[in-house]
Ligand binder design. Sequence first.
Ligand code: NA7
Length: 534
Amino acid sequence: MNPASEQFDAVIIGAGFSGLYMLHRLRNLGLRCRVYETGDGVGGTWYWNRYPGARCDSESYFYCYSFSDEILQEWAWTERFPSQQEIRRYLEFVAERLDLWRDIQLGTRVSSATYDDEARRWCVETSTGDTVSARYVVTAIGAISAANVPSIRGLETFAGRWYHTGQWPHEGVDLSGLRVGVIGTGSTGVQLIPVVAEQAAELTVFQRTPNFSMPARNRPLDPAVMTEIKANYSDVWDRVRRHPGGMPLDLPTQRFDEVDEQEARRRYESAWAHGGVMVLQQFSDLMTDERSNEFCADFFRQKIRSIVNDPVTAEKLVPKGYPIAAKRPVLDTDYFETFNKPHVRLVDINDTPIDAITPTGVRAGGTVHELDVIVFATGFDAFTGSFLRIDITGRGGVRLADKWKDGPTAYLGLGIAGFPNLLTVNGPCNPAVLTNVPATIEHDVEWIADCIEYAEQRGIKAIEPTEEAEREWVRYTAELVDGTLYMKANSWWLGANIPGKPRVFMAFVGGLNRFRKRCAEIAEAGYEGFRLTT
Ligand code: NA7
């Protein structure tokens, strides 16, 4: 290891929603900070995911920071669901507004972080050859940022071009007149496919699991509506704080069996017409009662059959065999309608598995689908992927990769036993990915900043979860999800999308409101479950 060229109080890894706010908070404590960011700009997820149609599934007016009244009042969203470009512009605006740029080093990937027990400092090495030292390291690396390109035999022989949606070329890709294949029909594929269909001469979609997708009904935001929202922001954030998903929406108060089927259908129809995730917020027992879930799932199936003209294609698109919302809910704009276009074809790879990629296309079930471009909308190695591509070594030379070989463990998703002064925004066993993510990010960043302030004020040199507290939190996280319908689907929440990955549900399903309360109690009790070394 090279000697450290610079000493920081804190190194923050990543300059997306989490890293930007973390920098602001830690600088306000008077700490000397450096943010390292792989990209050549800020934005994180919203810097990288530039595929056609990339858009957020949370409504813009609450998919943002709430901590600054000035920022809330100065920024005006223009669409109900913000596009990737608009969110990226927003984050650049925040970086400018808070004068963050001067402490962010772009184009620099953190390659390793090693804890020195004696010095009680982290040694951080980067892809640009820097070695620096810091008392704290905060990971702000996102739970879904490590792209998953499946290893399919023959990819290297493909004569055309291929892209993963999370690494989309910044200059864009002109698909007009080309034969395009898309592999994957998750949130990304479902957003991308209708837009690609507008450009491509032929589009072939390779589907492994059909998805329950609901219409977003995106539209421009009337400036008058935005003005009204701005006047009511304090109420919006009160509601966000009370909601398990961190959204200012009304919670369902009734169980499915409290109304008759006609009334249930009427509610689903009305929510479907409204657009967005409200359609999954009709009954309180959607994820705990199979009958409730099946009624909702069947409502979606009927919608798909009514939209798609060809009954064979429709049947392939109809999700079966897993509960609705047990995989990440998906919003779309004309996804199912796209399959009515004559140049769009659906290949169910359960019937005709992909054998190989050949120089001219994708061979599935013995048939070569001739392609100029292959788009991998195949998702991410979630939660652990973004951590494990950094070589992280904690106390006593223990590597995080070894500690997590049977699945990730963490306390609150904010710290990891054996890794002192490593604080993790939205780490494993945290509710983030099941919520409106910026709301959980704000919570985590504020909690971490308060924790560091507490340590600084008391001369605490190292703060680290105890093994026991971590074990108990992991057990509690597992207990909450056990018996729910979340366990009945092959989701990326469970690591099921990555061959060989341990099947562990990696998120806290107890809700952001409950999580927030527990974290506050832990802090008030003097950081219960953490070992504090003076
Ligand atoms: P997702 O939701 O993980 O979707 C990936 C899609 O790719 C999904 O349809 C997968 O099928 C499919 N997939 C993955 N691996 C393969 C292989 N090997 N062969 C064929 N098909 C495959 O990722 P997204 O990018 O859509 O969304 C990620 C998150 O970003 C999203 O949840 C939001 O939070 C934002 P599967 O369903 O696993 O059978």
